[in-house]
Design a protein around this ligand. Sequence first.
Ligand code: NDP
Length: 247
Amino acid sequence: MPALEGKNALVTGGSRGIGAATAVRLAEDGANVAITYEKAADRAAEVVARIEGLGRKAVAIQADAADADAVTAAVDQAAEGLGGLDILVNNAGILPTGTIDQVTIAEVDRALAINVRAVFTAVIAAVRHLPEGGRVITVGSFLGAERVPRPGLSVYAATKSALVGLNRALARDLGPRGITAVLVQPGPTNTDMNPADGPRAEGSRAASALGRHAEPIDVAASIAYVAGPAGRFITGSAITVDGGSAA
Ligand code: NDP
C-alpha cells in the first residue's frame, strides 16, 4: 500500500516550485492533495491535473497568505473538499531582498504576514481537523538556521528564523495529541524564487558542498519522508536540505 494512502494533505503555495513538487510527490505517495495559490490559477490547474492523473483527489484554492481570513477559509475548504486533513505543509513564502538601509517597514510587515503569520493562521485552523498521527510540516530556509552568507537578507532571514522557534513550540503543544511538527529548511533550490541560472546562482553553487542548486523534488522528497510513516517520531526538529550550503 502506498505510504500515504487514505491521507489528505494541504500544501500552501502549491502552484509552483517546491510546493508544486511537494503536492505531486504526496499524491504519488497516495495522498489526496489540496493546494493554495495567490495568482497563478493556470499553474495551480496544471498541478491539480497532475494529481488527478495519479488517481487522487485534488483541490486548488485561491488564498492570499497575507489575508488571515482567506487562509482560515482555505484550510476548512481543503478539509471539506478532501474529506479530512492529516497533513499540513506550510510552504507559501516570499523572498524580499535589500540591505537594511533599503528595507521598508511595509516590506517587513508583508513578509511577516506571509512567511510567519500565515503559518500561525493555517496551523490554528488545521488543528481543528488534524487527527492523532497528523503532521504539521513547515518550509523554513537554511538562511534561518545557522548562517546568513551574504548581505540583503535581514527581512527574509528574520521570518525564517521565527519559524525555528515556532516549530519547536508547536511540537510541544501538539505532541500530547500525537501530532508532529517539523521544519524543513531548503538551501538554494531551482524555482522562480531562486533560478539556477539567476544572478545569485554562481555564488550559491560555490557555497554548496554538492556544487549545485537543489531541484524542487529534492526538497519534496524530504517533506514526503517526514509526512510518511517513517517520520512518526520526528518532531520539534529542523531538517536542512541544502546540499551542504551551511556545512
Ligand atoms: P516560488 O516563488 O517558486 O513559489 C512560491 C509559491 O508560493 C507559489 O505557489 C506562490 O503562488 C505561493 N505564494 C507566494 N506568495 C503567496 C501569497 N501571498 N499567498 C499565497 N501563496 C503565495 O517559491 P519556492 O518554491 O522557491 O519557495 C517555496 C518555499 O520554500 C518558500 O517558503 C521559500 O521561502 C522556501 N525556500 C525556497 C528556497 C529557494 O531557493 N527556492 C530556499 C529556501 C527556502 P502563485 O504561484 O499564485 O504566485
